[in-house]
Design a binder for this molecule. Structure first.
Ligand code: G
Ligand code: G
Ligand code: MN
Ligand code: NA
Length: 251
């Protein structure tokens, strides 16, 4: 309860910021985009993970203003990069609560229009579980968003139960393979990983692997035909200024 009250204050105050994690094409070395990840530093200096406070925000009515703050801030930064001649697509996580709100597409449209950002430089990440509800409503919302010219991706792919026929029907651009499918020395099998990459390719979608931490994982992904990667091997979430430095230091 007190965390909820603190969160309400955080949305109004200066306690929130976004970290940006680069997404790369591991074959070419090119930067594909960055994912905006919300960070909350409490007044006492403690940093709370969105894994903790996003579910809380969803239950306490704070998610709408919080989500809109994230969208505005990410679009502001994307516009800054665009105007600096360093355009990069910025991906924003969309909560189920935002997605369920009838005015969501209008909010996105208004935020884009106010910023002047080219819409293709904004990516919206929706989770697979979010697609399970009312198919016609979900389809309409995705079509409305796609109509704005933004890029749509399916986050945490493979952990939900999306029907493959919906996958084909919805205007999704990218599958983000959940990091739980990354093989490890303890769990070296990659049957599902391989199948999910194949599925994405068969549907003509971009596929990006999340949670790539080791060169072994990266080598395997390239073998399986998945070039795009996001993970600590390539870069951690960092400030916008650090992204600038990271880009400068690349060959
Ligand atoms: O680094 P990480 O701890 O940032 O994120 C933990 C979880 O919080 C992930 O599931 C991520 O998708 C989610 N998350 C991070 N930022 C946001 C955000 O701005 N909005 C929403 N809805 N979820 C976010
Ligand atoms: O649910 P979503 O995919 O939006 O969550 C992204 C989360 O994954 C963030 O919490 C981010 O900090 C985290 N993350 C990014 N790269 C790696 C990685 O290589 N390994 C692990 N364990 N987590 C990662
Ligand atoms: Mn995400
Ligand atoms: Na994910």
């Amino acid at each position: 309860q007190s965390l909820t009250a603190a969160l309400k204050l955080a949305v109004q105050g200066e306690q929130l910021h976004l970290a940006y994690q680069p997404q790369v094409n591991a074959r070419t070395g090119g930067l594909v985009g960055v994912e905006a990840l919300l960070r909350w530093t409490m007044p006492d200096g403690r940093v709370v993970s969105p894994g903790v406070f996003v579910p809380l925000a969803e239950r306490s009515g704070v998610m709408m203003p919080l989500g809109t703050w994230v969208l505005r801030e990410a679009v502001r930064q994307a516009r800054q990069w665009e105007q600096a001649g360093q355009p990069v697509r910025v991906a924003v996580n969309v909560s189920a609560v935002q997605f369920a709100a009838p005015g969501f597409a209008r909010t996105v449209r208004d935020v884009l229009a106010a910023s002047g950002l080219a819409p293709h430089l904004l990516e919206l990440e929706v989770t697979e579980s979010l697609l399970l509800h009312d198919v016609s409503r979900v389809g309409q919302m995705l079509a409305d968003l796609k109509g704005l010219g933004v890029h749509l991706s399916l986050d945490d792919f493979g952990t939900g139960y999306s029907s493959l026929s919906y996958l084909q029907a919805f205007p999704i651009d990218t599958l983000k393979i959940d990091r739980s499918f990354m093989p490890t020395p303890e769990k070296p099998v990659h049957t599902v990983l391989s199948a999910v990459i194949g599925l994405g390719q068969a549907l003509g979608l971009h596929v990006i692997a999340e949670g790539v931490e080791t060169q072994e994982q990266q080598d395997l992904l390239l073998d399986l035909g998945c070039e795009r990667a996001q993970g600590y091997l390539h870069a951690r979430p960092m400030s916008a200024q650090q992204v600038d430095a990271w880009r400068r230091d690349r060959p």
